[in-house]
Each structure stands twice: as C-alpha cells, then as structure tokens.
Design a binder for this molecule. Structure first.
Ligand code: BG6
Length: 499
C-alpha cells in the first residue's frame, strides 16, 4: 500500500444495501434463502429480531451514482464494500455473469472518478446457493470456486484499489451460522463449525496466492495489501474476583478463543493451541487435508481490519452469578472458561443492549499491536438506533454522542505507534441489519423504506462526520444550534437527484 492520507471511510455490504437480487442474471444466495424462509416482522418499536425481504433493500444497485455524489459531498476518501459473489458467479464456478462483473466495474470506476478509494471485501457471509447445496463452507468444492472468483475480481477490479480484504467477521459467520443457529446456514453442529472455519481459513490463503499471481500478471499493483477482518470484542472482567492471576487466566482464555482462534491461522499461519484442544476434546474432524497446514503458513495475510462496536463483559463460567444483576441470561459458548454478561451496573447500552464503552477501542488497538504488530484499519464502527424520521430534521444526537469519543480516540491513536491507517464508519445509509432488519438504523443518511424512490436524506450525524473529516479528525465538538442550521441549509439545497 502506498503511503496516503489517513482514510476516512464508510462501510456497507452488498446483501444489506444492494437490492436487485433477481435482476440481470443473479440467482439466490444464502441470505436470499434465509430471509425468504424465516421472514418475521415483530411489532413496531420492538427490539425483537426482524427478518425481512432483501429484494429491494436500499436499492444501491440502481442508486449508486447518486449515492457516490453524496459520499463525495461528505468528504470520504474511501468506501469499504463487499462484492456479491452470486451476482458475478450466479450458476457455477466457470460462468462469469457479464452484467454482474460490469456492475462492480461501473461502481469502482464511479468511486475512482470521485476520488474515493474502494476497499473491497471478497466474502461477507453470503454464499451462492448453488454452492451451499453442495455443502457450502463445509465442503472442499467451495475452495475451487472461491479461487476462480478471486482470480476474476482481481483481474477486473484490481486496478481500482490497493487495499483488499478476504472476509468479513469469520467469527460471527461461523459462530452464529454453524454453532449458534441464528444466522444462515442455520446449523448447530460442532463438526460443521470446525469444517467451515478451516475452509474459511483456507480461502484466506487461496485469496493470497491468487493475489500474488494477480500482482505478477499486473492486475494489481505491487504495493497492494490483502487483509483479514476480525470482530473481536475486547474483554472487560465483571464480578468480585480480585485475584490477578485468575483474572489474567480468564482474559488469556477469552482472547485465545475470541480473537486468536479466528485470525492466527491467516495472520501467523498456524492454529492456536485452543483449536487443537477443542477438536481433541470434542473428537471433531475438521477435514484438514495433507499439505493444507503448510499452505496456510505459506500464504499469510498482510494486515488486520477490526470491527469494533463494543467490548464484552465477561466472568468465569463456573462462578455462581446473581442473575438479578444482569439484563439477560449469561451467554456461554461451546468452549472457553468464560461467560458473556450484560451487567446492569454498566449504565451505557444501545437499545439492543450493546455496551457502549469507547475506551476499549484504544485498549484493543494496543492489544493487536502487541500481539501482531501489523497495519490495522477500523473497518466497522457505528451506532444502531430507532431514528425518528418523522420531522424535517433527523436529529440523531445519540449517534453523534456515541461516535464523538470514538473519533477522539482514533485521533489520539493516530499519533501513537499503533499502525492505524484508517477508520470506516458503519454505515453510509440505513440498510438491512442482520440482527434487526430495517428497524435498526445505522446510517448517516436516512433511507425512507416506505418511499417508492427510497428517498435519501442526511441526518445530523452526516453534518457532524463531514466536519470531522474536513478537520482531519480534530474537530469533534459541536454547537447544537450551529449543527442544526448546517443540516437545515443542506436540506434546503439537497439536490433532488440525490434523493
Ligand atoms: C457486523 C456485520 O457484525 O455488524 C454487519 O459485519 C452488521 O453486517 C453490523 O450489519 C451491525 O450489526 P447489526 O446486526 O446490528 O446490523
């Protein structure tokens, strides 16, 4: 990666924003199948999970040009986006859908023309259905198809950027999809889980091999880098335990399971001991073929992307917990010595009970630096809320209040030797949320899902982030009246074509 200015970006993801799911030769993927099968709309205002159609979503497929104009107005210099594998390969591993790849060429071209660097992610949980029915990530077949997919996108899109990611959050995808039964493919099987995680790790190494080939072929510049995206939630010990040794053991145990387990194979080229302990203890066969471990150690990834939303409060699994002190039942996993808890004593949560604790951003960055010492970029960070969209001004002060200390910490950390080169906010506009459908708003730009044109409208946080970017992260304080005036003015001049 060439030296460049600090990246101020937004992130989003194809199946959550794109829509056009049945257009131009596209077929169904895992999330199409899932949202059609488990459709569920709870009462208005409930934080229960909504699972809704992603057929149209925010219609980025048709609105990307006006969306990029809005992004330019915001002042972004980067945009994290995952391509939709199924759009490019809708039926089998050999047929490249010309309209599929063309969409991404057009999108990347438009971004480049507006001086916004695309930062593509190759896989964000959305396996093509034609591969899923052959076993998906549990089967070795997917790896051959993934190799072709990588080679294709590097060939056609390689010239537009020098920063790439293989995946988004292997942890959420496999814990929730193969062990926890809450995300597709809705499995609850430790064997499926370890097979999927090993093949995902293999996909990281395969992507790297193809990346190097694409460099030799001149599709990708020599200085380009390929990273892994991680969603580790830094631990905060909760409870009365004052014993430092026990606490350190707990932290170490948590970090080995919730961070190292997911990124060591692609970053250090080897599985941590907890992986081997787990398969031995449960007598599981992850189907590691001869030569695959050597392959992992040969093709390591170059840097880390971190999705930081919240830390996890943890306590010892064997401790007797007074549950009246918690908002919900503790969460235990199939492994590890820890339980994840939501203590009432901590006062700051989102409506979906995600702890707000910005200080752990710095703690986490230091921990990554200490263990891996690689370049790092924040790839997702944002605030999910019910925004009141009924008035002219959408005054999302809670979002700004969540983001302000985060940006202050980012600015502070940029001055330290933590290898931090960018921050990407989740997300550009309101989109489908995997845990809450269309009822959990994350956008700086509102989308009116009841309007036939899915009308875009900036929120107050849009003006705030714009000022942050303009000041290179230095100005995060704001005067309410002035900021509201800015939004008013922006809306008065809001280009009709941007709606
Ligand atoms: C990340 C995912 O885990 O969190 C995104 O990469 C997701 O896909 C984001 O949207 C926020 O989660 P949620 O469920 O609140 O939308």
């Amino acid at each position: 990666m060439k030296k460049h200015d600090f990246l101020f970006s937004v992130s989003t993801n194809a199946f959550q924003i794109e829509g056009a799911r049945s257009l131009h030769g596209r077929t169904d993927s895992l999330w199409d199948w899932y949202t059609k099968t488990y459709y569920k709309v709870p009462p208005v205002g409930s934080t229960e999970r909504e699972i809704n159609s992603i057929e149209v979503s925010s219609d980025f497929y048709h609105k990307y040009k006006s969306d990029i104009k809005i992004m330019k107005d915001l002042g972004l210099n980067a945009f994290v986006y995952n391509m939709d594998w199924t759009r490019i390969f809708p039926t089998n591993e050999n047929y490249i859908n010309p309209m599929g790849i063309q969409f991404y060429v057009n999108l990347f071209e438009e971004l480049r023309n507006n001086n916004i660097k695309p930062i593509p992610i190759l896989f964000h949980w959305d396996t093509p259905m034609w591969l899923e029915i052959k076993g998906g990530w549990e089967s070795k077949e997917i790896l051959k198809a993934f190799r072709n997919y990588c080679a294709t996108v590097f060939k056609y899109l390689g010239k537009y950027t020098d920063i790439w990611f293989v995946n988004d959050e292997n942890k959420s995808f496999t814990l929730d999809g193969y062990l926890g039964d809450t995300f597709p493919p809705c499995k609850n099987s430790p064997t499926s889980f370890v097979k999927a995680i090993h093949n995902l790790n293999m996909s990281g190494a395969i992507a790297k091999e193809e990346f190097l080939k694409a460099k030799e072929l001149g599709y990708i510049t020599e200085s380009s880098i390929l990273g892994i995206d991680d969603d580790w939630s830094p631990p905060v010990i909760w409870g009365d335990e004052k014993n430092d040794t026990l606490n350190n053991e707990l932290l170490e145990n948590y970090n080995s399971w919730m961070r190292d387990f997911w990124i060591d194979p692609n970053i250090l080229g080897k599985y941590p001991s907890v992986f081997w302990d787990y398969i031995k203890e449960k007598n599981l066969d992850p189907n590691i073929l001869e030569g695959e471990l050597e392959y992992l150690s040969k093709y390591k990834l170059d840097f880390i992307g971190w999705n930081f939303y919240r830390p996890y409060f943890i306590t010892n699994k064997n401790m007797i917990i007074d549950k009246t002190l918690l908002h919900k039942e503790p969460v235990n996993f199939d492994f590890g010595n820890f339980s994840v808890v939501l203590p009432k004593e901590h006062k700051n949560y989102t409506k979906w009970l995600w702890p707000i604790f910005p200080e752990y951003l710095e703690v986490g960055l230091k921990a990554y630096k200490d263990k891996y010492n690689l370049p790092i970029m924040i790839i997702e960070n944002g605030f999910g809320d019910f925004d009141d969209k009924s008035k002219k001004l959408i005054l999302d002060y809670d979002r700004i209040n969540y983001l302000k200390p985060i940006i202050d910490i980012i600015t502070k950390c940029r001055e330290k030797e933590l290898n931090l080169f960018g921050y990407s906010l989740w997300t550009y506009c309101d989109i489908f949320s995997p845990s809450a459908g269309y009822r959990k708003d994350y956008g700086l730009v509102s989308v009116d899902f009841n309007s036939p044109i899915l009308e875009r409208k900036p929120k107050l946080s849009y003006c705030w982030y714009k000022n942050v970017i303009k000041s290179n992260g230095k100005v995060t304080d704001f005067n309410k009246k002035e900021l509201e005036n800015e939004l008013n003015e922006l809306l008065d001049n809001w280009n009709i074509g941007w709606k």
